[in-house]
Write a protein that binds this ligand. Structure first.
Ligand code: FAD
Ligand code: FES
Length: 279
């Protein structure tokens, strides 16, 4: 149903924005790990975006997106006061959260916003939360302030060393796993290579590792098969069986290949949109 945009904040100009939507029915049921499917025009595709935060009392949900192609470019053209044609959710299985001790939540790029909701769930239940976030440089880091307000420790890395540790989130993760034997789970949300690297880092330590997969989705409700991923040698549909899975069992190479399957068509689509909308 048409969903009003209450607030829009540009987090990285032209690249990443945060929207607060008035969606009381979704806000009342959404839990960490859930996502929504959005459609911006009657002839357009539906795209999945993670619910980065909710406020059940105000009836709002927050989404954060990276402008990738045509659908996210259309979203970026909307402003506070506009409506999104339809927003469907909450979808997917929520994150499994139980009180067990120390959890490390790792976020990269736009995935930091999605990780934030999961980290908040762990914090609320009483787990000790260590946040590790990384980006190419300081200007691309998201949600530092929001995370710092509730996590027990926040570790930061940038590829170019412009802020925090110079290097990758996996350097910080490895150091932490060496010194802290109380970690019961690592959760990673971000680009596929980052989640694969996190799973490789935790494997020798035998720590449970949960990753949030982002395959191409069409319906988001388990009917079309577009989002199939292979986990432990078995086919799973990320929209209904996930999107979170055991990172040690995911076939990341297949996921990477399938994500690139329509690259030529996506380029034509965004080029045509930009040529008619002048941005
Ligand atoms: C469960 C889930 C949660 C997600 N959460 C977020 C989020 O919180 N923030 C965010 O920025 N992105 C998120 N994504 C990715 C986001 O859906 C895609 O970036 C978006 O669909 C791109 O659409 P586009 O038309 O702008 O780009 P396009 O040019 O169509 O595609 C650019 C790339 O995005 C991916 N993509 C394209 N269409 C889809 C689709 N229908 N479903 C999934 N991926 C697609 C492909 O890798 C493609 O190569 C999530 C994906 C999933 C599956
Ligand atoms: S998106 Fe269609 S089955 Fe998952």
């Amino acid at each position: 149903m048409p969903t009003p945009i209450l607030e829009k904040e540009s987090l990285i100009p032209g690249k990443t924005s945060k929207l607060v939507l008035h969606a009381p029915a979704i806000a009342g049921h959404a839990r960490p790990g859930h996502f929504v499917m959005l459609r911006m025009s009657p002839t357009g595709e539906r795209i999945p975006l993670t619910i980065a935060d909710t406020d059940a009392e105000k009836g709002t949900i927050t989404i954060v997106y990276l402008v990738m192609g045509k659908s996210t470019a259309i979203l970026e053209d909307l402003k506070a006061g506009d409506e999104i044609l339809d927003v469907c959710g909450p979808l997917g299985k929520p994150t499994h959260i139980e009180k067990k001790g120390t959890v490390i939540c790792v976020g990269g790029g736009t995935g930091i916003a999605a990780m934030h909701h999961i980290a908040k769930g762990h914090s609320r239940i009483g787990n000790k939360v260590v946040g590790i976030i990384g980006a190419r440089n300081k200007d691309l880091l998201l949600f530092e302030k929001e995370l710092a307000s509730f996590v027990d420790e926040l570790l930061i890395s940038t590829d170019d060393g412009s802020y925090g540790h110079k290097g990758l989130v996996t350097d910080l993760l490895r150091e932490r796993l060496e010194s802290d034997k109380d970690v019961f789970e690592v959760v990673a949300v971000g680009p596929v290579p980052m989640m694969a690297a996190v799973a490789n880092t935790t494997r020798p330590y035998g720590v449970r590792t949960t990753v949030s997969l982002n395959p191409i989705m069409v319906d988001g409700i388990g009917m079309c098969g577009a989002c199939r991923v292979t986990v432990d040698g078995k086919t799973r549909f990320a929209c209904v069986d996930g999107p979170e899975f055991d990172g040690h069992k995911v076939d990341f190479d297949e996921l990477r290949r399938r994500l690139g399957a329509y690259r030529d068509q996506e380029k034509v689509s965004i080029d045509q949109y930009r040529s008619t909308h002048g941005n």
